[in-house]
Write a protein that binds this ligand. Structure first.
Ligand SMILES: Cc1cc2nc3c(=O)[nH]c(=O)nc-3n(C[C@H](O)[C@H](O)[C@H](O)COP(=O)(O)OP(=O)(O)OC[C@H]3O[C@@H](n4cnc5c(N)ncnc54)[C@H](O)[C@@H]3O)c2cc1C
Length: 305
């Protein structure tokens, strides 16, 4: 039964490895027990207080120096313990991965952004996670490690349902990598929530590249409209290779409303989500398209940014 005790009432053993090898050894050793990875704790500790979650071992990873890095030399490479507030200081994220920057900014408040991590947002696997749609839109991959070795998986293929991923009990997300964006790429993130510091009723990330007046490599990713974040492939195809006219923006908005199949839940209704998906896609496409123009170059139709 869900009941908020506001206390950690369960007994568990707290493990705080200082190296990655040590962490992977511990995950290997206790994988048959209830071992949980603890990063910022902004999801996990709340869950441990509010639901009957069995935890025998809590593996705190923020002391592991090998996971404490951000590399922006080629694309992005983000270590698993980097807090959001650190990422907001990266100029490259703001200018080239704008939808990700906006997704991070949309998360709660500074206190949560000082503690929370992208790896935790992914590990929690909420369909409403705010960094997941932009990361999918940019083609992000997740590096996963266990004692036996490492594997890389496209973020889009990691989730299997609400709170569920393909991660095995002995596996740790160690880094998130995002490919370099092509020149003349623009992106945008839009979120609708009940109040500012709340999960999304619906969120959306768009990334696209401009070739003359045509749209290329369009990715449209919605959160909170299905069991996992979802792309809208039919609408992406409708846009790709075509000139970005006002008529096409409107057509795309209509198309997406037929493509997503949201449900009613605690935060919103399916009807609201379908209506909003159209408005949000129209706005996000316009924003992202405007951002494909550099400051010295203006969009003949939209006037650029
Ligand atoms: C008040 C409040 C407001 C919030 N608002 C938002 C919001 O607006 N948008 C939003 O998206 N989220 C929001 N959240 C949720 C939360 O802040 C984010 O999901 C955050 O990114 C979680 O990161 P963390 O480091 O705190 O994860 P943790 O709580 O430490 O972990 C979350 C889950 O991921 C697993 N995990 C963590 N790191 C790893 C790893 N390296 N490898 C494998 N598994 C791992 C944990 O075992 C756990 O299951 C909010 C939370 C609170 C308390």
């Amino acid at each position: 039964m869900q009941f908020n005790t506001r206390l950690l009432t369960h007994k568990f053993e707290y493990l705080a490895p200082e190296t990655l090898t040590e962490a992977l050894d511990l995950l290997n050793q206790y994988q048959a027990h209830h071992i949980k990875v603890l990063a910022g704790g902004t999801d996990l500790l709340v869950k441990m207080k509010t639901i009957d979650m069995e935890v025998d071992y809590l593996l705190y990873i923020k002391g592991i120096k090998e996971l404490n890095f951000v590399d922006t030399a080629a694309g992005l490479s983000i270590g698993a313990i980097i807090p959001y507030s650190r990422l907001l200081k990266e100029d490259k994220i703001k200018t080239k991965y704008t939808a990700l920057y906006e997704g991070i900014q949309a998360i709660a408040a500074p206190a949560i952004r000082n503690m929370g991590t992208i790896a935790g947002n992914i590990g929690n696997a909420s369909p409403a996670a705010d960094t997941v749609p932009p990361l999918i839109a940019f083609g992000a991959e997740v590096q996963i490690e266990n004692k036996q070795g490492k594997r890389t998986i496209l973020l889009e293929n990691l989730f299997t349902g609400p709170g569920k991923t393909v991660l095995k009990p002995d596996e740790l997300i160690t880094r998130i990598t995002v490919p370099e964006v092509k020149p003349q790429t623009g992106s945008a993130f839009i979120k609708k929530s009940r109040v500012k510091a709340d999960l999304a009723k619906i969120n959306l990330a768009v990334s696209l590249t401009r070739n003359g007046q045509n749209c290329e490599d369009c990715k449209i990713v919605f959160g909170s409209v299905a069991a996992t974040a979802v792309r809208a492939p039919r609408t992406e195809k409708l846009l790709e290779g075509h000139s970005m006219t006002e008529e096409l923006f409107i057509q795309a908005a209509k198309s997406v409303a037929n493509e997503i199949k949201p449900i009613d839940d605690i935060r919103s209704t399916a009807e609201y989500r379908i209506l909003m998906s159209q408005e949000m896609l129209y706005d996000a496409l316009k924003l992202a398209w405007g951002r494909t123009y550099s400051q010295n170059e203006s969009d003949p139709k939209n006037g650029g940014e």
